[in-house]
Write a protein that binds this ligand. Structure first.
Ligand SMILES: [Zn+2]
Length: 280
């Protein structure tokens, strides 16, 4: 008989979305309570028992932020050219094809325009289900176009991040997007147009290292994983145990990396108030 027993399936390394669906019931991976799926849906995919914020897709996010759930999408026609003809376990082109079928999107971001509390805004919303929301040339170009449109039309910009970082399969082309987007944001700043960055679970790597942290206001959802390198890599590098809650929104707020942590149900009202304040 073993001295100790490890509870099975503790670590979910699949990178797939965290909601475990079994028909009408869902088990919360934080409080381990069983939740009626309808309750979860009605509560904006936040656990009614422990407030765990589950991931939501880009379209749900847009509907949540924009008046009457109405918006027009733009730049959805851009597609990756697979510049390196990259293959790891399987060809990048196959991964793209699969992600397109699964999400109905051409890449990991949706550009939209709509109204937030009656005021026109430009929103870029990232889709984690598309190859981990990774940023290749298409995501970079799409977000840059949203920024340039906001600059030209003097409309407030909101970018909702949900990303594992740069897209490895596009190598240096994906890294170039950090500089490109940051340069466009500098122009937006010169034009004195407000930019609010919303960081959701997870926001890591090159996305954190560029536009996600460059907002006039950087706000995050509760409990979101936000960082550059992952905790395991850091622990191995510095050979120290990291403190509890490291790289979660609340920890980052406490250490001055964020301006606010806002629950999903209050997010729209919060952004609306902030935009009004910035316009004054
Ligand atoms: Zn829960």
């Amino acid at each position: 008989m073993a001295w100790f027993k490890r509870e099975q399936a503790e670590i979910d390394a699949s990178g797939e979305k965290r909601v475990k669906t079994e028909g009408l019931w869902v088990k919360c991976d934080q409080c381990r309570q069983i939740i009626w799926k309808k309750d979860l849906d009605q509560n904006l995919n936040v656990c009614p028992k422990c407030e765990r914020h589950f991931r939501i897709d880009a379209r749900t996010r847009l509907a949540l932020l924009l008046d009457d759930g109405q918006y027009q999408t733009e730049d959805g026609n851009l597609v990756s050219t697979d510049p390196l003809k990259f293959t790891d376990l399987k060809p990048y082109s196959d991964r793209l094809k699969r992600a397109k079928t699964e999400t109905g999107l051409n890449d990991a971001v949706i550009n939209a325009r709509g109204k937030l509390n009656g005021k026109p805004v430009i929103v870029s919303s990232m889709e984690y289900a598309f190859i981990g929301g990774s940023m290749g040339a298409v995501v970079g170009e799409t977000i840059t176009r949203a920024i340039e449109r906001a600059t030209d039309e003097k409309l407030p910009l909101i970018i909702v991040s949900a990303s594992g970082g740069a897209r490895m399969m596009e190598g240096v082309v994906s890294l170039m997007q950090l500089a490109k987007i940051s340069a466009a944001l500098a122009h937006l700043d010169e034009a004195r147009v407000p930019y609010i960055s919303v960081l959701t679970d997870p926001t890591t790597g090159g996305v954190t290292a560029s536009f996600a942290m460059l907002g006039d206001l950087n706000v995050a959802e509760p409990g979101a994983l936000i960082g550059f390198a992952g905790p395991r890599v850091i622990e191995q590098t510095i050979r120290q145990k990291l403190p509890a809650g490291f790289q979660r929104s609340e920890f980052l707020l406490e250490h001055g990396m964020l301006d606010a942590v806002v629950p999903r149900k209050d997010l729209k009202a919060y952004i609306g108030r902030a935009l009004e304040f910035m316009a004054a």
